[in-house]
Design a binder for this molecule. Structure first.
Ligand SMILES: NC(=O)c1ccc[n+]([C@@H]2O[C@H](COP(=O)([O-])OP(=O)(O)OC[C@H]3O[C@@H](n4cnc5c(N)ncnc54)[C@H](OP(=O)(O)O)[C@@H]3O)[C@@H](O)[C@H]2O)c1
Length: 251
């Protein structure tokens, strides 16, 4: 089980889910290192409370310092499913930060860079990776995001590293534009809907970023999530306390 003697790398620490993952790890007094493409941007976001290392998962050589002496890795990197400025277009036809580059090749690079004795590789993937030909996932996959996520998943599963693959539905809840750690820490973890998890890729619906982050962090505490892939959505009335141990025991 994870402890405060462990070092946890969060790739995509500046993203919506990533910020929440960092905040939850800090709230549990765990040691966090954030991987970011821009230390300046991340420093202002985390107010000096997180060790930050610059790196870009498209470039294996840039990952050496980030993965040094880590025990756990939570990967919440991603780009948009449809073309956007986040794809870093060099010209109309050439995008360098596309799903293929980030969710596929980039995740493969992280897997290769991870220490052989890593205790867990947690990966935020997506619902639909195994249903790419049916609605609405065939539309979501128009530019290959689900193909790329599956490439990433397969690299993780084939790596011999203990892993947990989390497949959320359409993400809801903030932080949307929050770049302030205190705001993130105040993010409500008691959303209105219950958490549903199921092994494989059979759920449909929306998923709160808060619960994706909860699942990433809580999974480190339960061996029932080792070498499992599961979907997660929010549905039905939320109990006063979400029992992650019980949820994960169903996997
Ligand atoms: N949106 C949805 O409905 C949906 C549904 C299912 C699954 N997902 C998945 O859920 C995850 C989290 O989503 P989100 O909304 O939190 O994402 P987000 O806010 O867009 O964050 C993406 C993160 O990835 C980082 N990143 C992008 N390209 C990178 C690169 N080349 N090297 C290193 N880091 C890079 C970004 O860092 P920078 O600060 O450097 O840009 C950012 O921290 C993603 O994997 C996404 O694919 C999303």
């Amino acid at each position: 089980m994870v402890s405060n003697a462990d070092k946890i790398l969060v790739a995509g620490a500046t993203g919506g889910v990533g910020q929440l993952v960092v905040a939850k790890l800090l709230a549990k007094d765990l040691n966090v290192r954030g991987l970011t493409r821009s230390k300046t941007k991340a420093e202002s976001m985390f107010e000096g409370r997180v060790e930050l290392v610059e790196g870009d998962i498209r470039y294996p050589d840039s990952l050496t310092n980030a993965v040094k002496d880590i025990n756990y890795l939570i990967c919440c990197t991603g780009t948009t499913a449809f073309p956007s400025l986040k794809w870093d277009f060099a010209n109309l036809f050439q995008a360098s930060n596309s799903p293929e580059a980030v969710d596929g090749e980039g995740v493969k690079n992280l897997v290769s860079a991870a220490p052989a004795d890593l205790k867990r590789f947690v990966f935020v993937s997506s619902c639909g990776v195994l249903r790419k030909d049916s609605l609405p996932f065939n539309i979501l996959n128009a530019f290959g995001v689900l193909d790329a996520k599956l490439v990433g998943e397969k690299a993780i599963a084939a790596s011999n590293l203990p892993y947990t693959i989390i497949r959320p539905g359409r993400l809801i809840d903030g932080p949307y534009t929050s770049y302030d750690l205190n705001t993130v820490l105040r993010a409500k973890t008691d959303g209105k809907k219950a958490v549903i998890v199921a092994r494989g890729d059979n759920l449909n619906g929306d998923t709160s970023r808060i619960d994706v982050a909860n699942a990433c962090v809580e999974s480190l505490f339960y061996d029932t999530t080792i070498n499992k892939d599961f979907s997660i959505v929010n549905e039905g009335e939320r109990p006063s306390d979400v029992d992650w141990e019980k949820l994960f025991a169903q996997l």
